[in-house]
Design a binder for this molecule. Sequence first.
Ligand SMILES: [Fe+2]
Length: 356
Amino acid sequence: MNDYYAGLLNFTANIEKSWLRYNYATEDFHKVVADHAEDFDLSPLGDLTFQMQLLDHPSVRVNQHRSTFSDYHNQIFHNGRFLIEILNWSGSHVNVHDHDFSALQFQLRGNSLNVVYDFDQTSSAGALNFGRLSVRHAEMWKAGDRSVVRHGNQDTHSVFHLSVPTTSLLIRTAPTPRFGAQSNYFPTLSANYYVNSEIQRKKLTGLALLARQAPADFTSMLEKFLNEQSLSENFFMLLKLAELPFLERYVQTVITYAERGESEAKLVESVIANNGIDFFKSRASAMTDLPEAEKLAASIVAAGSSDVGVRKIITDLSELGIAMNFKEDLQSFVRRLNESDRDMANRYLSIFNVAV
Ligand SMILES: [Fe+2]
Protein backbone atom coordinates (compact mmCIF):
# COMPACT_ATOMS: atom_id res chain seq x y z
CA MET A 1 0.00 0.00 0.00
CA ASN A 2 2.77 2.45 0.98
CA ASP A 3 4.72 1.56 -2.18
CA TYR A 4 1.61 2.11 -4.31
CA TYR A 5 0.97 5.50 -2.72
CA ALA A 6 4.64 6.48 -3.20
CA GLY A 7 4.20 5.63 -6.90
CA LEU A 8 1.06 7.76 -7.01
CA LEU A 9 2.95 10.73 -5.49
CA ASN A 10 5.63 10.37 -8.15
CA PHE A 11 2.91 10.29 -10.83
CA THR A 12 1.23 13.43 -9.47
CA ALA A 13 4.60 15.24 -9.15
CA ASN A 14 5.20 14.59 -12.86
CA ILE A 15 1.75 15.88 -13.77
CA GLU A 16 2.39 19.06 -11.78
CA LYS A 17 5.77 19.58 -13.45
CA SER A 18 4.19 19.27 -16.92
CA TRP A 19 1.22 21.47 -15.99
CA LEU A 20 3.53 24.33 -14.96
CA ARG A 21 4.40 24.65 -18.67
CA TYR A 22 0.72 25.65 -19.12
CA ASN A 23 0.87 28.08 -16.16
CA TYR A 24 -1.42 25.75 -14.20
CA ALA A 25 -4.30 26.79 -16.45
CA THR A 26 -7.47 24.83 -15.68
CA GLU A 27 -8.30 24.85 -19.41
CA ASP A 28 -5.26 22.70 -20.22
CA PHE A 29 -5.16 20.36 -17.23
CA HIS A 30 -6.96 17.40 -18.83
CA LYS A 31 -4.44 17.39 -21.71
CA VAL A 32 -1.53 17.17 -19.28
CA VAL A 33 -3.14 14.26 -17.40
CA ALA A 34 -3.82 12.49 -20.71
CA ASP A 35 -0.10 12.80 -21.58
CA HIS A 36 0.76 10.99 -18.34
CA ALA A 37 -2.19 8.58 -18.22
CA GLU A 38 -0.10 5.55 -19.19
CA ASP A 39 2.59 6.26 -16.59
CA PHE A 40 0.79 4.79 -13.59
CA ASP A 41 -1.71 1.96 -13.14
CA LEU A 42 -4.86 3.39 -11.53
CA SER A 43 -6.90 0.20 -11.92
CA PRO A 44 -6.20 -1.16 -8.37
CA LEU A 45 -8.15 1.86 -7.09
CA GLY A 46 -11.33 0.37 -8.57
CA ASP A 47 -11.27 -2.14 -5.72
CA LEU A 48 -13.27 -0.91 -2.74
CA THR A 49 -11.27 -2.94 -0.19
CA PHE A 50 -8.02 -1.44 -1.52
CA GLN A 51 -9.55 2.04 -1.18
CA MET A 52 -10.49 1.26 2.40
CA GLN A 53 -6.98 0.06 3.17
CA LEU A 54 -5.67 3.32 1.75
CA LEU A 55 -7.88 5.23 4.20
CA ASP A 56 -5.33 4.51 6.90
CA HIS A 57 -2.46 6.07 4.95
CA PRO A 58 -1.74 9.38 6.73
CA SER A 59 -1.87 11.39 3.47
CA VAL A 60 -5.25 9.89 2.55
CA ARG A 61 -6.62 10.32 6.07
CA VAL A 62 -6.15 14.09 6.06
CA ASN A 63 -7.86 14.35 2.68
CA GLN A 64 -11.22 13.00 3.80
CA HIS A 65 -14.15 15.39 3.89
CA ARG A 66 -17.90 15.08 3.82
CA SER A 67 -19.31 14.78 0.33
CA THR A 68 -22.72 13.75 -0.91
CA PHE A 69 -21.27 13.23 -4.38
CA SER A 70 -21.51 9.48 -5.13
CA ASP A 71 -22.45 6.74 -2.70
CA TYR A 72 -18.93 6.48 -1.33
CA HIS A 73 -16.57 9.35 -1.98
CA ASN A 74 -12.86 8.96 -1.40
CA GLN A 75 -10.46 11.83 -2.01
CA ILE A 76 -7.02 10.26 -1.99
CA PHE A 77 -4.86 13.22 -3.00
CA HIS A 78 -4.98 17.02 -2.96
CA ASN A 79 -1.96 19.27 -3.39
CA GLY A 80 -3.84 22.60 -3.41
CA ARG A 81 -3.76 22.78 -7.21
CA PHE A 82 -5.31 19.50 -8.25
CA LEU A 83 -6.80 16.45 -6.64
CA ILE A 84 -7.72 12.82 -7.14
CA GLU A 85 -11.13 11.60 -6.05
CA ILE A 86 -12.74 8.21 -6.43
CA LEU A 87 -16.50 8.07 -6.86
CA ASN A 88 -18.11 4.77 -5.97
CA TRP A 89 -21.67 4.48 -7.22
CA SER A 90 -24.15 1.92 -6.14
CA GLY A 91 -26.88 2.68 -8.66
CA SER A 92 -27.43 6.40 -8.08
CA HIS A 93 -27.22 9.12 -10.69
CA VAL A 94 -25.99 12.64 -11.30
CA ASN A 95 -28.26 15.54 -12.32
CA VAL A 96 -27.52 17.67 -15.37
CA HIS A 97 -24.65 20.00 -14.40
CA ASP A 98 -21.66 21.95 -15.66
CA HIS A 99 -18.20 22.20 -14.10
CA ASP A 100 -16.04 24.75 -12.31
CA PHE A 101 -12.96 22.57 -12.96
CA SER A 102 -11.40 20.47 -15.69
CA ALA A 103 -10.45 16.82 -15.38
CA LEU A 104 -9.63 13.54 -16.96
CA GLN A 105 -12.01 10.86 -15.77
CA PHE A 106 -11.13 7.17 -15.65
CA GLN A 107 -13.95 4.63 -15.62
CA LEU A 108 -12.57 1.89 -13.36
CA ARG A 109 -15.63 -0.33 -13.02
CA GLY A 110 -19.09 -0.75 -14.55
CA ASN A 111 -21.08 0.91 -17.32
CA SER A 112 -22.47 4.44 -17.25
CA LEU A 113 -24.67 6.29 -19.71
CA ASN A 114 -23.26 9.78 -20.27
CA VAL A 115 -25.54 12.33 -21.93
CA VAL A 116 -24.24 15.74 -23.01
CA TYR A 117 -26.62 18.68 -23.52
CA ASP A 118 -26.77 22.08 -25.17
CA PHE A 119 -28.51 24.88 -23.33
CA ASP A 120 -29.92 27.63 -25.51
CA GLN A 121 -30.32 30.58 -23.11
CA THR A 122 -32.97 33.20 -23.85
CA SER A 123 -33.23 35.30 -20.65
CA SER A 124 -32.16 35.41 -17.05
CA ALA A 125 -33.64 36.36 -13.66
CA GLY A 126 -31.18 36.39 -10.77
CA ALA A 127 -29.85 32.90 -10.23
CA LEU A 128 -32.11 31.45 -12.94
CA ASN A 129 -31.38 31.36 -16.65
CA PHE A 130 -34.30 30.52 -18.88
CA GLY A 131 -33.82 28.62 -22.14
CA ARG A 132 -34.08 25.18 -23.69
CA LEU A 133 -32.05 22.10 -22.85
CA SER A 134 -31.50 19.61 -25.66
CA VAL A 135 -29.50 16.41 -26.00
CA ARG A 136 -26.25 16.96 -27.95
CA HIS A 137 -25.02 13.39 -27.78
CA ALA A 138 -24.97 10.21 -25.74
CA GLU A 139 -22.27 7.63 -25.11
CA MET A 140 -21.58 4.67 -22.88
CA TRP A 141 -18.61 4.68 -20.52
CA LYS A 142 -17.19 1.21 -19.96
CA ALA A 143 -14.43 0.00 -17.63
CA GLY A 144 -11.10 1.16 -19.04
CA ASP A 145 -12.58 4.22 -20.81
CA ARG A 146 -11.33 7.73 -20.24
CA SER A 147 -13.31 10.92 -20.73
CA VAL A 148 -12.48 14.59 -20.67
CA VAL A 149 -14.31 17.00 -18.37
CA ARG A 150 -13.98 20.49 -19.83
CA HIS A 151 -14.49 23.56 -17.66
CA GLY A 152 -17.62 25.71 -17.62
CA ASN A 153 -20.74 24.90 -19.62
CA GLN A 154 -18.96 23.36 -22.63
CA ASP A 155 -20.01 19.82 -21.75
CA THR A 156 -23.10 20.14 -19.58
CA HIS A 157 -24.01 16.53 -18.83
CA SER A 158 -25.78 13.92 -16.73
CA VAL A 159 -24.50 10.47 -15.88
CA PHE A 160 -26.54 7.34 -15.20
CA HIS A 161 -24.65 4.58 -13.46
CA LEU A 162 -26.09 1.36 -14.83
CA SER A 163 -23.92 -1.28 -13.18
CA VAL A 164 -23.62 -1.92 -9.48
CA PRO A 165 -20.97 -1.03 -8.57
CA THR A 166 -19.71 1.65 -10.91
CA THR A 167 -16.44 3.32 -9.99
CA SER A 168 -14.92 6.38 -11.58
CA LEU A 169 -11.77 8.26 -10.71
CA LEU A 170 -11.22 11.91 -11.44
CA ILE A 171 -7.89 13.65 -11.65
CA ARG A 172 -9.18 17.21 -11.55
CA THR A 173 -8.27 20.77 -10.80
CA ALA A 174 -9.41 22.46 -7.61
CA PRO A 175 -12.59 24.54 -8.16
CA THR A 176 -11.71 27.56 -10.30
CA PRO A 177 -13.74 30.64 -9.16
CA ARG A 178 -13.34 32.49 -12.48
CA PHE A 179 -15.70 29.93 -14.05
CA GLY A 180 -18.42 30.82 -11.51
CA ALA A 181 -20.51 28.45 -9.41
CA GLN A 182 -21.62 25.19 -10.99
CA SER A 183 -25.18 25.19 -12.28
CA ASN A 184 -27.81 22.51 -12.55
CA TYR A 185 -29.94 22.28 -15.67
CA PHE A 186 -33.61 21.49 -16.23
CA PRO A 187 -35.62 21.35 -19.48
CA THR A 188 -36.54 25.08 -19.44
CA LEU A 189 -33.93 26.67 -17.16
CA SER A 190 -30.58 26.45 -15.39
CA ALA A 191 -30.01 27.40 -11.76
CA ASN A 192 -27.34 27.54 -9.15
CA TYR A 193 -28.31 26.63 -5.65
CA TYR A 194 -27.15 29.72 -3.76
CA VAL A 195 -30.73 30.04 -2.49
CA ASN A 196 -30.27 26.79 -0.57
CA SER A 197 -29.96 28.77 2.68
CA GLU A 198 -30.82 27.72 6.21
CA ILE A 199 -34.04 29.79 6.08
CA GLN A 200 -35.14 28.04 2.87
CA ARG A 201 -34.43 24.64 4.40
CA LYS A 202 -36.45 25.63 7.51
CA LYS A 203 -39.38 26.68 5.32
CA LEU A 204 -39.26 23.34 3.50
CA THR A 205 -39.13 21.33 6.71
CA GLY A 206 -42.06 23.36 8.09
CA LEU A 207 -44.11 22.88 4.92
CA ALA A 208 -43.52 19.12 5.01
CA LEU A 209 -44.78 19.04 8.62
CA LEU A 210 -47.85 21.16 7.78
CA ALA A 211 -48.74 18.86 4.87
CA ARG A 212 -49.12 16.03 7.36
CA GLN A 213 -50.62 18.01 10.25
CA ALA A 214 -52.76 20.74 8.70
CA PRO A 215 -53.27 20.61 4.89
CA ALA A 216 -55.20 23.94 4.82
CA ASP A 217 -52.28 25.70 6.52
CA PHE A 218 -49.90 24.09 4.02
CA THR A 219 -51.86 25.69 1.18
CA SER A 220 -51.94 29.16 2.75
CA MET A 221 -48.23 29.07 3.66
CA LEU A 222 -47.22 27.86 0.19
CA GLU A 223 -49.32 30.65 -1.37
CA LYS A 224 -47.71 33.20 0.93
CA PHE A 225 -44.19 32.03 0.03
CA LEU A 226 -44.90 31.89 -3.72
CA ASN A 227 -46.28 35.45 -3.54
CA GLU A 228 -43.33 36.89 -1.60
CA GLN A 229 -40.25 35.03 -2.82
CA SER A 230 -38.00 35.50 -5.86
CA LEU A 231 -38.32 33.24 -8.89
CA SER A 232 -35.21 31.31 -7.87
CA GLU A 233 -36.45 30.85 -4.30
CA ASN A 234 -39.78 29.62 -5.64
CA PHE A 235 -38.06 27.27 -8.05
CA PHE A 236 -35.91 25.79 -5.31
CA MET A 237 -38.93 25.45 -3.01
CA LEU A 238 -41.13 23.68 -5.57
CA LEU A 239 -38.23 21.52 -6.73
CA LYS A 240 -37.55 20.31 -3.21
CA LEU A 241 -41.24 19.78 -2.40
CA ALA A 242 -41.20 17.46 -5.43
CA GLU A 243 -44.56 15.74 -5.96
CA LEU A 244 -46.21 17.05 -2.78
CA PRO A 245 -47.67 20.32 -4.21
CA PHE A 246 -49.02 18.35 -7.18
CA LEU A 247 -51.35 16.26 -5.01
CA GLU A 248 -54.97 16.94 -5.92
CA ARG A 249 -55.69 18.91 -2.74
CA TYR A 250 -52.78 21.34 -3.30
CA VAL A 251 -52.36 21.50 -7.06
CA GLN A 252 -54.58 24.54 -7.61
CA THR A 253 -51.98 26.68 -5.81
CA VAL A 254 -49.32 25.56 -8.32
CA ILE A 255 -51.66 26.07 -11.29
CA THR A 256 -52.50 29.61 -10.12
CA TYR A 257 -48.78 30.34 -9.73
CA ALA A 258 -47.93 28.96 -13.21
CA GLU A 259 -50.63 31.20 -14.73
CA ARG A 260 -48.97 34.33 -13.38
CA GLY A 261 -46.59 34.64 -16.32
CA GLU A 262 -44.20 33.04 -18.79
CA SER A 263 -41.33 32.64 -16.31
CA GLU A 264 -43.56 31.06 -13.68
CA ALA A 265 -44.97 28.66 -16.29
CA LYS A 266 -41.47 27.62 -17.39
CA LEU A 267 -40.43 27.19 -13.80
CA VAL A 268 -43.35 24.87 -13.06
CA GLU A 269 -42.74 22.99 -16.32
CA SER A 270 -39.18 22.23 -15.21
CA VAL A 271 -40.34 21.16 -11.74
CA ILE A 272 -42.85 18.70 -13.26
CA ALA A 273 -40.21 17.35 -15.66
CA ASN A 274 -37.75 16.99 -12.79
CA ASN A 275 -40.31 15.01 -10.80
CA GLY A 276 -40.69 12.68 -13.79
CA ILE A 277 -36.91 12.38 -14.22
CA ASP A 278 -36.52 11.59 -10.51
CA PHE A 279 -39.37 9.10 -10.71
CA PHE A 280 -37.62 6.99 -13.37
CA LYS A 281 -34.23 7.33 -11.69
CA SER A 282 -35.41 6.44 -8.20
CA ARG A 283 -37.64 3.52 -9.21
CA ALA A 284 -34.86 2.04 -11.35
CA SER A 285 -32.29 2.44 -8.55
CA ALA A 286 -34.60 0.87 -5.98
CA MET A 287 -34.93 -2.39 -7.96
CA THR A 288 -31.87 -4.36 -6.98
CA ASP A 289 -32.42 -7.18 -9.50
CA LEU A 290 -33.31 -4.96 -12.46
CA PRO A 291 -31.55 -6.16 -15.66
CA GLU A 292 -29.08 -3.57 -16.97
CA ALA A 293 -31.01 -3.28 -20.28
CA GLU A 294 -34.17 -2.18 -18.42
CA LYS A 295 -32.19 0.19 -16.24
CA LEU A 296 -30.77 1.65 -19.45
CA ALA A 297 -34.30 2.12 -20.87
CA ALA A 298 -35.50 3.90 -17.69
CA SER A 299 -32.32 6.00 -17.70
CA ILE A 300 -32.85 7.00 -21.34
CA VAL A 301 -36.32 8.28 -20.44
CA ALA A 302 -34.90 10.28 -17.52
CA ALA A 303 -31.98 11.59 -19.59
CA GLY A 304 -34.05 12.51 -22.64
CA SER A 305 -37.25 13.66 -20.88
CA SER A 306 -38.85 14.20 -24.31
CA ASP A 307 -39.47 12.14 -27.45
CA VAL A 308 -36.77 14.10 -29.31
CA GLY A 309 -34.21 13.61 -26.52
CA VAL A 310 -34.99 9.92 -26.13
CA ARG A 311 -34.72 9.28 -29.88
CA LYS A 312 -31.39 11.12 -30.09
CA ILE A 313 -29.92 9.01 -27.26
CA ILE A 314 -31.12 5.74 -28.84
CA THR A 315 -29.68 6.77 -32.24
CA ASP A 316 -26.31 7.73 -30.75
CA LEU A 317 -26.04 4.49 -28.78
CA SER A 318 -26.99 2.35 -31.76
CA GLU A 319 -24.34 4.15 -33.85
CA LEU A 320 -21.85 3.08 -31.16
CA GLY A 321 -22.97 -0.52 -31.69
CA ILE A 322 -25.06 -0.71 -28.51
CA ALA A 323 -28.07 -2.76 -29.52
CA MET A 324 -31.26 -2.50 -27.48
CA ASN A 325 -34.98 -3.00 -27.62
CA PHE A 326 -35.91 0.29 -25.99
CA LYS A 327 -39.68 -0.15 -26.13
CA GLU A 328 -39.69 -3.73 -24.88
CA ASP A 329 -37.21 -2.98 -22.13
CA LEU A 330 -39.18 0.09 -21.02
CA GLN A 331 -42.46 -1.85 -21.03
CA SER A 332 -40.87 -4.62 -19.01
CA PHE A 333 -39.55 -2.04 -16.51
CA VAL A 334 -43.00 -0.43 -16.17
CA ARG A 335 -44.61 -3.85 -15.60
CA ARG A 336 -42.37 -4.38 -12.55
CA LEU A 337 -43.87 -1.30 -10.83
CA ASN A 338 -46.81 -1.51 -8.46
CA GLU A 339 -50.17 -0.33 -9.77
CA SER A 340 -50.03 3.29 -8.60
CA ASP A 341 -46.41 3.68 -9.79
CA ARG A 342 -47.42 2.19 -13.14
CA ASP A 343 -50.07 4.91 -13.51
CA MET A 344 -47.49 7.49 -12.51
CA ALA A 345 -44.96 6.12 -15.05
CA ASN A 346 -47.56 6.34 -17.83
CA ARG A 347 -48.48 9.88 -16.80
CA TYR A 348 -44.87 11.03 -16.97
CA LEU A 349 -44.31 9.18 -20.27
CA SER A 350 -47.24 11.07 -21.76
CA ILE A 351 -45.91 14.40 -20.37
CA PHE A 352 -42.56 13.54 -22.03
CA ASN A 353 -44.47 12.51 -25.17
CA VAL A 354 -42.65 9.17 -25.15
CA ALA A 355 -44.79 6.38 -26.62
CA VAL A 356 -44.60 2.87 -25.18
FE1 LIG B 1 -19.67 16.09 -14.34
